[in-house]
Design a binder for this molecule. Structure first.
Ligand code: MLT
Length: 219
């Protein structure tokens, strides 16, 4: 079954789980890994992040903005210079959702548009996939649903009702359309370039996984 949770609730196990927070946590983590970051440890809170030692870059956001004392925020455009770095990251919804799916699958993948085709190639080998959209503060995110819809549209196993609904939505859109509430908020905060970046298809040809508490390049 190909299933989609519009929000990280009523979660269940699956052969593969794909976590989507396209604005911006999964886009940011994929960018960091594509640019040579060794691994990323996602954590729940700003205080959890601060306890990591000097060998880590302490990164993330609250209300879209870099917390005081952090090395980097959550803009993917800040992650082109992270070769061989170790990162600890906390974001409002994305890293929280990764922690929530821990233990529900042996294969947890990060979903976004910037490495869409590479991820799709892996997903094609599986018939039991759960897409989990992170949403924004318990509200659905139009942008996350688009990523899930684009994947579902290319998978041909049994679709749940939520997956079917997104297939039709994606077919009406045909390309990313980032105009939801969180996209508008990011624009207001001056992160318009992040939206263009996150809407770009296939900038990277890698798969990114969450394994043993770390976000790493997948095999
Ligand atoms: C989140 O995890 O809620 C986001 O990635 C927020 C953002 O920085 O846009």
């Amino acid at each position: 079954m190909i299933d989609v949770k519009f929000l990280p609730e009523k979660l269940k196990s699956a052969q593969v789980i794909v976590v989507i927070d396209v604005l911006r946590a999964t886009t940011t983590m994929i960018t960091a890994i594509a640019n040579g970051c060794e691994y990323i440890i996602p954590v729940q809170s700003v205080n959890d992040a601060k306890v990591y030692g000097k060998e880590f870059l302490v990164c993330g956001e609250r209300n879209g903005i870099k917390p005081e004392g952090f090395d980097k925020g959550n803009s993917p455009l800040e992650y082109f210079d992270v070769e061989d770095k170790k990162i600890v990251l906390t974001t409002t919804n994305g890293t929280k959702t990764l922690k929530m799916v821990e233990g529900l699958s042996d294969k947890i993948i990060l979903g976004a548009f910037i490495n869409f085709s590479a991820t799709l190639n892996v997903l094609k080998d599986y018939s039991d996939i759960l897409f989990v959209c992170a949403g924004n503060d318990n509200e659905i995110s139009f942008e996350d649903l688009q990523v899930a819809g684009a994947f579902v549209d290319r998978l041909f196993w049994n679709l749940s009702d939520s997956a079917k609904a997104l297939k039709y939505m994606w077919n009406a859109l045909k390309k990313p359309n980032f105009s939801g509430v969180h996209a508008l908020k990011l624009k207001e905060l001056g992160f318009e370039r992040d939206l263009d970046f996150a809407m770009s298809m296939d900038l990277y040809n890698i798969v990114v996984e969450y394994k043993d508490g770390k976000v790493v390049k997948g095999g």
